[in-house]
Design a binder for this molecule. Structure first.
Ligand SMILES: Nc1nc2c(ncn2[C@@H]2O[C@H](COP(=O)(O)OP(=O)(O)OP(=O)(O)O)[C@@H](O)[C@H]2O)c(=O)[nH]1
Ligand SMILES: [Mg+2]
Length: 362
């Protein structure tokens, strides 16, 4: 799973990327206009894994991970530049859209003043413009092909025209209803405004936990007309980066001082995970306790394939117990005795938090 970090220049994208991945890429106070994209992995925090690790004391504990890509910012009104920026995130499953909401005279704002809602609108408009261009180019190519005697698919044309009509009305594609077939048919076009978004308001460190920050989140969500594909949250990139750089004991003390239970980054990663439509199933044992990401709606057979292709090929049964049931009884054996451990077949729809043991034969 890949998530692209986007937003205007100097909004704090790389700062947030650093907190997520601990890679320490440079975050100069001036806007970057070129360079290489940064790639890094972030662990998906999961308390269930922490608790299970305490019980099983395994040799290895593995969390699900998500890949993040950080690149330079989008520029208002510069379609060419934006096209090259989107090139690196167009295959992402979702976007983290960072909006500057912190005041700092030492950090240049590309639009000259602090105005989070304007910035949100600006970025959304650029994504829509980029998608419009894509549609137009694709339609032109179809016309050309037609002239040359080939027969482009009428379904694809209709679909493109449907997209075009929405984009012309400034409606992001994520808010247009498409059938599954339509979604599959346009996947290769790699539209940007169709991607789920987690909007991050990068607030000043003194605004943490403030009513003002919460109100701003609501305003941003209103701007996206309550789209189910957009979630907004507020955090301070600067503080998150400081927390990420601390040894874990000190980080805990720092969080306590701030009056928060966990880094806001955990909420951010979880929001991304949910927005992509991912759930986790868990495997346990003395060797490893691990969480595995799968798409919501995946069956046990697909889940087995995540663990190992042999397990998928030789799939016999999945022994399944929900995390909650497991915690009530404390062991798989007790779960079996109490009838809470179920035997499921290939088509069993995996649920978030299922602890699964695959029986297989190769
Ligand atoms: N005060 C304050 N400064 C921040 C915060 N987040 C980022 N900055 C500063 O803003 C500047 C830009 O941060 P970056 O993380 O590099 O921003 P960016 O969006 O990656 O910038 P470009 O890649 O150049 O578009 C740096 O000087 C950061 O230290 C924050 O939460 N508070
Ligand atoms: Mg940057």
């Amino acid at each position: 799973m890949k998530i692209g970090i986007t937003g205007l220049a100097n909004s704090g994208k790389s700062t947030i990327f650093n907190s997520l991945t601990r890679l320490g890429v440079s975050t100069p106070p001036y806007a970057a206009t070129s360079g290489e994209p940064h790639l890094g992995m972030a662990k998906v925090p999961d308390e269930r894994i922490d608790r299970l690790a305490e019980i099983f004391k395994p040799k290895k504990v593995t969390y699900a991970t998500v890949q993040f890509v950080d690149y330079i910012g989008l520029t208002r009104g510069d379609a060419k530049q934006n096209r090259s920026v989107c090139e690196f995130v167009k295959d992402a499953d979702a976007l983290v859209h960072v909006i500057r909401a912190f005041e700092d005279e030492g950090v240049l704002h590309p639009l000259g003043s602090l105005d989070p809602l304007r910035d949100a609108r600006t970025v959304e408009a650029e994504l829509i413009l980029g998608d419009m261009e894509l549609v137009e180019k694709r339609l032109e190519n179809m016309d050309l092909a037609l002239k040359k005697g080939s027969k482009p698919s009428p379904e694809e044309r209709a679909l493109l025209e449907k997209c075009q009509a929405a984009l012309n009305d400034e409606i992001s594609l994520r808010d247009v209803s498409f059938t599954n077939e339509e979604r599959v048919a346009m996947r290769h076009l790699q539209f940007m405004s169709i991607k789920p978004q987690v909007v991050v308001l990068n607030i000043g460190e003194h605004d943490l936990n403030s009513d003002q920050a919460a109100a701003m989140c609501r305003e941003v969500e209103r701007l996206y007309k309550g789209s189910v594909w957009v979630k907004a949250l507020a955090l301070s990139g600067k503080i998150e980066m400081e927390i990420a750089e601390l040894p874990s004991e000190e980080a805990r003390a720092f969080l306590e001082d701030l009056g928060i239970q966990e880094p806001a980054l955990n909420r951010l990663i979880r929001a991304c995970y949910e927005n992509i439509g991912l759930i986790s199933f868990l495997t346990v044992g003395e060797d490893e306790v691990r969480s595995w990401p799968v798409r919501k709606g995946s069956d046990a057979h697909a889940a087995a394939g995540k663990v190992h292709s042999d397990i998928q090929r030789g799939f016999i049964r999945a022994e399944v117990i929900s995390y909650e049931d497991f915690m009530k009884v404390g062991s798989l054996a007790a779960g079996r005795d109490k009838g809470l451990l179920r035997l499921e077949g290939k088509t069993y729809p995996v649920t978030d938090g299922d602890i699964i043991h695959f029986r297989f034969n190769v």
